[in-house]
Design a protein around this ligand. Structure first.
Ligand code: TTP
Ligand code: MG
Ligand code: MG
Length: 385
């Protein structure tokens, strides 16, 4: 028999708001709301201090993106209209969202987890599944080590649950938020999962929850105890079977890890075929812009690369590629442009060109964590314009 699986689900606590608190530690302990398209950034006053926008001063139709737990205590949650939130928490501080910062911390926490447990399934910016089955330590120690690694790398707290499958791990990571650590077994389903509202199961949306409630099935336990024939009659065979399975904590879905991207590239097809000499200036501008876009992609995704390549397609549709490998990985546009320029000098430029592309391969993480052993945190990526 296979050993029982050990699957963790990890979710960062009040993620965007917590990243903002790293930047503005003076706001710790206060109700803070991130959101609103027209939220005002803090203003630097002449005496050097910062003036933060008050939620009460917000005017507009934006919604709350997330809030600190202090704001949640006042009733302010994700997706609530900002004007309504302002009535509940007028003194809360309002901050604009900074997605670059959140992506940066997202990469950092995932890389930190990967140093302990490399089998990771990305579930968005602030959460992951981790397969701990083959890691040689008990679940409690592993969960503690992972939380400590995330905190050391980012200064942020997260909540984690370890369970026999993804379904229970996902529910479990919410049971003890924030800074939670939950261990769940199939034996805990009746006591810890059955009392929860049906909608807490990932896959029972508001519509289904409503239909279940209309049948008197409000909690997970109600579904578990329901007559299977009745469920089939109302929900059809496959959804009824799924409902009965999840209500008993059964879930066989594997943790799906993704490999690192092999390369990041950009290419462009010209409006009209260009000639290396006669259209030199235009070609050079396009070439530089491609290198800049590749550099932006690298920095957004958190990679550097050692192998720089070009791709040319001629007017007759024949295609050539050239690349060179540098002693160290790079990610800046000017260095990519120099290396790609060296590749360009190794191809014939008599014929007109239809297409030009720039590629950076031999990637490694730019987060300070080398991407050596099975560090699997990003979706495969092939950016082509
Ligand atoms: P969540 O993990 O759902 O929420 P959270 O991390 O803010 O708080 P919790 O401690 O309960 O996990 O979402 C992660 C981030 O995604 C959140 O910080 C902001 C963003 N987000 C939205 O942009 N819109 C939304 O409706 C939600 C729920 C989240
Ligand atoms: Mg979260
Ligand atoms: Mg989340």
């Amino acid at each position: 028999m296979k050993p029982p699986r050990r699957i963790a689900h990890l979710d960062m606590d009040a993620f965007y708001a917590s990243v903002e608190l790293l930047r503005y530690p003076q706001l710790r302990g206060r109700a803070v709301v991130v959101g609103g398209r027209r939220a005002q950034a803090p203003q630097r006053l002449p005496d050097g201090s910062l003036r933060f926008a008050r939620l009460a001063d917000y005017v507009g139709r934006g919604v709350v993106t997330t809030s600190t737990y202090e704001a949640r205590a006042l009733g302010v949650f994700s997706a609530m209209g900002m004007m309504k939130a302002a009535r509940l928490a007028p003194d809360a501080v309002l901050l604009p969202a900074d997605f670059d910062a959140y992506r940066h911390y997202s990469r950092m926490f995932k890389a930190a987890v990967a140093t302990i447990a490399p089998s990771i399934e990305n579930r968005g910016i602030d959460e992951i599944y981790i397969d701990l089955t083959n890691i040689d330590d008990d679940s409690l120690s592993l969960a503690r080590r992972i939380k400590a690694a995330v905190r050391d790398a980012t200064g942020l707290s997260c909540s984690i649950a370890v369970a026999p499958n993804k379904l229970l791990a996902k529910i479990g990571s919410e049971l003890d938020k924030p800074d939670g650590l939950t261990l769940l077994d199939l034996a805990d389903v009746a006591t810890r999962i059955w009392p929860l509202p049906a909608g807490r199961i990932n896959g029972i949306g508001p519509k289904s929850a409503e239909r279940l409630a209309a049948l008197g099935l409000a909690t997970v336990g109600d579904i578990a105890r329901a007559d299977p024939a009745m469920l089939r009659e109302h929900f059809g065979h496959s959804y009824a079977t799924w409902l009965a399975d999840v209500a008993h904590g059964r879930d066989e879905r594997p943790v799906v890890t993704h490999s690192e991207p092999k390369s990041i590239s950009r290419e462009t097809t010209f409006e009209r075929d260009l000639h290396a000499q006669r259209d030199r200036e235009e070609l050079s501008g396009v070439f530089t812009a491609l290198c800049e876009r590749v550099a932006e992609d690298l920095s957004r995704k958190g990679y550097r690369g050692r192998t720089i390549g070009i791709k040319l397609r001629y007017a007759d549709f024949s295609t050539v590629t050239r690349d060179l490998t540098l002693p160290a990985a790079i990610d800046d546009a000017a260095a990519i442009r120099r290396a790609a320029g060296a590749c360009l000098r190794r191809v014939g430029l008599e014929q007109r060109l239809r297409l030009l592309g720039v590629r950076v391969g031999g990637l490694e993480a730019a987060t300070g964590v080398p991407d050596a052993s099975g560090y699997q945190v990003e979706l495969p990526l092939q950016v082509t314009s």
